[in-house]
Design a protein around this ligand. Structure first.
Ligand code: MCA
Ligand code: AMP
Length: 481
């Protein structure tokens, strides 16, 4: 196996690799700190990482990968039910955390190792194979608890190298972002990406348009964000000349994880003269398509398939659509070395996700324009909600709501939201119509059980849920109920 991070051994050791607020690590220092983690986790199999937006998370994941083990990034805001599921499903042998991080009781049974960012360990020789698991990232489905997508080392390497080709991404680039570090976007693209190129990442700790302006005006060259972040930038631009200047001087502005509305594209272009480019990916597939740095940035499209990715559109019955007419809609299916290998402990779900000829069924619906640009027009499953760039399964929230004693029936839908893309709406039949549970109480309940980003933003009360003759909830009828 070739090295995932050649710059750790071959690059200039004094170059800055990571910057989180006032704290930085050069490649030389990162080699020492990650080397120490690698020595600690060698032969540990799966290693949980308490993925706070701090330097230690990046060091921990790099160390686990250098050791040839697999990292399971944990959302530090995961609620008790979600965390218990992820821990029992992935069965990590220890948890890595930043010194001082307070871990919840669910993790008390696991050995804990604190990451020492100042350690001077030695880099191990990499002995893992391309197909060995590198990351297990939990992702929501329409029903049931999140599934662990097993991402092999090969997928990380190929997706990052394909993006380097599409974006002319080099070791001279300095990336800025404020994305969470327990999902593919922030962790794989946002941290492992710069490290694989031998470049730098500056993490904001928490996203803000001011932080973006400061870093882009201070030498950063690229910005990654979800549409909600670009929406907030577009809102701030009219009153913030520093922000407009910062975006104008960036080499590349990239949006992904959900569709960036054309209105936000246009507002940013009008205020800065720069076009945001979109790329399309998924936890299971890493990146599939992108607008190229040397291509035309066309609002509302996600560009062309990345090198090595085979992408096809298919009809409901699996027939391939050959038209490049901008109007024939089909499901996107992809194949390539960028794909995950399986859902952990879920052979049934893994089998259902692939076609007989090895293509992954994304569930995303799209058309192809005459020049090959892919335009995503929707999603097959209405029970998957994208809010703030997070994928959230309606069934998971419904199950959590039904555990609340004041809830008799629950249905969850997504409705359009200018800031979040979609907001989560809970439709509740109270156990006692005279004393319905308060909306905040239900939001807190879901935040505590699952995660704060899964909490309903709106609660609507009904006497009964609309059902068909089979007793199935008719979600499309909810808005008229
Ligand atoms: C609010 N909070 C609560 C509650 N209400 N906490 C507990 N109980 C409650 N009832 C807290 C939150 O924890 C948070 O805390 C703060 O209040 C605000 O939360 P929230 O409303 O969620 O924040 P927001 O302002 O709506 O967040 C917008 C955001 C965020 C920053 C854009 O949605 C975000 O980071 N999205 C990125 C998602 C992402 O990376 N997706 C990639 C997956 P505190 O103040 O402490 O934060 S997709 C992917 O990886 C694929 C491969 C791809 O293509 O990229
Ligand atoms: P996740 O499972 O959280 O990794 O989210 C993957 C999903 O995000 C995809 O299946 C798409 O529905 C959506 N997605 C990612 N990037 C884009 C994009 N640029 N435009 C539209 N949807 C996107």
């Amino acid at each position: 196996m070739s090295s995932l991070f050649p710059a750790l051994t071959d690059g200039p050791g004094e170059r800055v690799a990571l910057r989180f607020g006032p704290r930085t690590l050069t490649y030389g220092e990162l080699a020492g700190a990650a080397g120490a983690v690698a020595a600690r986790v060698r032969d540990s199999g799966r290693v949980a990482v308490w993925a706070t937006p701090e330097l230690e998370t990046a060091v921990a994941v790099a160390g686990v990968l250098l050791a040839g083990a697999a990292a399971v990034p944990l959302n530090p805001k995961s609620g008790e039910k979600e965390l218990a599921h992820i821990l029992s499903d992935s069965a990590p042998s220890l948890v890595l955390a930043a010194p001082g991080a307070e871990l919840p009781p669910a993790l008390a049974a696991l050995p804990r190792a604190d990451v020492d960012a100042a350690a001077a360990g030695t880099l191990p020789g990499e002995r893992a194979a391309d197909g060995d698991p590198a990351l297990i990232v939990y992702t929501s489905g329409t029903t049931g608890p999140p599934k662990g997508a097993v991402l092999p080392r090969r997928a990380l390497a190929t997706t990052l190298d394909a993006l380097a080709d599409a974006w002319q991404w080099t070791g001279d680039d300095v990336l800025v972002h404020g994305l969470p570090l327990f999902h593919v976007h922030g962790l794989v693209l946002g941290v492992l990406g710069p490290l694989r190129r031998g470049g730098s990442v500056r993490h904001l700790g928490r996203f803000s348009p001011e932080g973006v302006a400061r870093e882009l005006n201070g030498g950063a060259t690229m910005l990654f964000g979800v549409p909600t972040m670009y929406h907030r930038i577009a809102e701030a631009l009219p009153d913030d000349p520093e922000l407009a200047k910062a975006l104008a001087r960036a080499r590349l502005l990239v949006s992904g994880s959900a569709a960036l509305p054309v209105h936000d594209h246009e507002r940013i272009a009008a205020a800065t003269g720069r076009r945001v480019i979109e790329r399309y990916g998924m936890t299971e597939t890493l990146m599939n398509t992108s607008v190229r740095a040397d291509g035309e940035a066309r609002a509302g499209t996600v560009g062309v398939p990345l090198p090595g990715v085979r992408l096809r559109l298919v009809e409901e019955d699996g027939t391939e659509i050959t038209a490049y007419d901008g109007e024939t809609v089909g499901e996107i299916q992809v194949r390539g070395p960028n794909l995950f290998t399986e859902y952990l402990n879920r052979p049934d779900a893994t089998a259902a996700a692939f076609t007989a000829d090895g293509f992954f069924r994304t569930g995303d619906m799209a058309v192809r324009e005459p020049d090959g640009y892919v335009r995503i027009v929707g999603r097959k499953a209405t029970d998957l909600i994208k809010s703030g760039g997070y994928k959230i399964g309606a069934g998971e929230i419904e199950n959590a709501l039904l555990e609340h004693p004041a809830v008799r029936e629950a249905a969850v839908t997504g409705e359009p939201d200018a800031d979040l893309g979609e907001r989560i709406v809970a439709w509740i039949v109270p156990a006692d119509p005279a004393a319905p549970p308060r909306a905040e109480e239900l939001a807190d309940h879901v935040a505590r059980r699952l995660a704060p980003h899964k909490r309903p933003r709106v609660v609507r009360y009904l006497a009964a849920l609309p059902r068909n003759d089979m007793g199935k909830i008719m979600k499309r009828a909810l808005a008229d109920a």
